[in-house]
Design a protein around this ligand. Structure first.
Ligand SMILES: Cc1cc2nc3c(=O)[nH]c(=O)nc-3n(C[C@H](O)[C@H](O)[C@H](O)COP(=O)(O)OP(=O)(O)OC[C@H]3O[C@@H](n4cnc5c(N)ncnc54)[C@H](O)[C@@H]3O)c2cc1C
Length: 385
């Protein structure tokens, strides 16, 4: 049986980062992946341009039972470290919005750089790991063709969302085997289905504020055939919304005052015409569909109702569903962090066994936070393994 110091299961962003750190410590490394090629999620990420980090990285951008778990890894691996790494590989980037970094070329260049760091590791693709056993202080990692022995195992098998990229729940299965709890999974960073809007609005995008409990998301929303998508809806999908969500379609504007003032200056105009100064024609038409009067003839009460509709558009929780795992960018839930050391990513129940990246009960916000955590947790575990 072939022996290694460290075996990493999963050759994604987290697994490759773990391998780089372990190799730096002169460990012998084997990476096993069930897919045909490494880092397929990195390849599709950011629309093929890989949004790889964000200067706003911080505990408040992570979700799970204990988001504080990410603190230690984030303090070791900062966005500037990822940018320095990219620079060292001559990768150019673009800052699409302030602090949000994408590859200037494409994700394939990014993946190539990740792989070039681990050329001292053995990488076996098309290799599904079906079990891990611990015998005394050694692990036996089992695949269909061969078994391998090692001192440390790093499980970097990712989530179960986006199944087109050959995902597996092996990480959850192995965590359970060694006594860890699994937090129920659900799709996140995904569009929301709702009958609240007409399919005719599909394709329209507008900057909104979404309020969910005490949380406010300011981002762009895209109407879809089945509801809402775009960054604002994707980010909303990370929250529990049983009590519904409120959308402000004209954030930063005192809508009541604006319409009341317009009554004096543009009283002969229709509500649709007035709204069209702030939004597309079709959206303005939809918001004013029952109102045929000129705005001069609207009562104060009617203006109040209209302004509430625009600034506090309520969608009850039972009228909102996340689209399935099929297209979700990330899996919410996963291996509970309760018995995992946040300092090293090592299991507190099974020394030598590490869990990193999306397989954990950690989901990051939209904007490069998931890849950043995959890098940070992978580098952390690889440095200790
Ligand atoms: C469409 C899309 C766009 C995204 N865009 C962004 C973005 O721009 N920025 C961002 O930060 N995040 C983005 N994400 C999320 C991000 O890509 C993931 O969170 C991140 O890649 C997870 O990395 P990982 O290494 O933990 O897991 P993965 O990348 O999922 O890697 C896990 C690997 O484990 C392998 N594996 C699983 N089970 C087994 C097994 N039993 N045996 C062997 N191998 C196994 C899989 O084949 C896979 O290669 C996006 C995700 C998607 C789907």
């Amino acid at each position: 049986m072939k022996k290694y110091d460290v075996i990493i299961i999963g050759c994604g962003a987290a697994g490759l980062s773990a391998a780089r750190a372990a190799l730096t410590n002169k460990r012998s490394v084997l990476i096993l992946d069930m897919g045909e090629r490494p880092a397929r999620k990195v390849l599709v990420s950011g629309g093929g341009r890989c949004n790889f980090t964000n200067l706003a990285v911080g505990v408040n951008r992570y979700f799970g039972k204990n988001p504080d778990f990410v603190r230690s890894a984030l303090s070791k691996v900062k966005p500037s470290d990822i940018l320095d790494w990219a620079k060292s590989h001559r990768l150019n980037w673009v800052e699409k919005s302030p602090g949000q970094f994408f590859c200037a070329t494409n994700s394939a260049d990014f993946v190539e750089a990740l792989i070039s760091d681990v050329n001292l590791a053995d990488i076996k693709t098309n290799t599904f790991v079906n079990d891990i056993e611990k015998k005394e202080n050694k692990f036996i990692v089992k695949t269909k063709k061969s078994d391998y022995e090692c001192d440390s195992v790093i499980v970097a098998t990712g989530g179960i969302s986006y199944p087109a990229l050959d995902v597996s729940d092996f990480g959850y299965m192995i965590a359970k085997k060694f006594g860890h709890k699994i937090i129920p999974t659900r799709p996140a960073l995904i569009s929301l289905k709702t009958p609240a809007f007409s399919p005719e609005l599909s394709g329209i995008s507008i900057n909104v504020e979404i309020k969910i409990g005490k949380n406010i998301i300011s981002d762009s929303l895209l109407f879809t055939h089945s509801g809402i998508g775009g960054p604002a809806a994707y980010r909303a999908s990370l929250y529990e919304f049983d009590n519904g969500i409120y959308i402000n379609f004209l954030p930063g504007l005192d809508i009541y005052k604006w319409i009341m003032d317009s009554k004096k200056i543009d009283g002969k105009k229709s509500l649709q015409t007035i709204l069209m100064t702030k939004m597309t024609r079709n959206l303005a038409k939809w918001f004013s569909k029952d109102i045929t009067k000129n705005i001069a003839d609207l009562s104060g009460k009617e203006v109040l109702e209209i302004s509430k509709r625009l600034s506090e558009f309520y969608i009850p929780g039972n009228n909102l569903t996340r689209l399935g795992m099929q297209n979700a960018e990330v899996t919410f839930g996963g291996i509970s962090t309760e018995f995992i050391s946040s300092k090293t990513m090592e299991s507190k129940l099974c020394p030598g066994l590490y869990f990193v990246g999306e397989v954990l009960d950690i989901a990051g916000d939209l904007g490069g936070f998931n890849l950043h955590f995959a890098f940070a947790s992978g580098l952390t575990a690889g440095g200790y393994a």
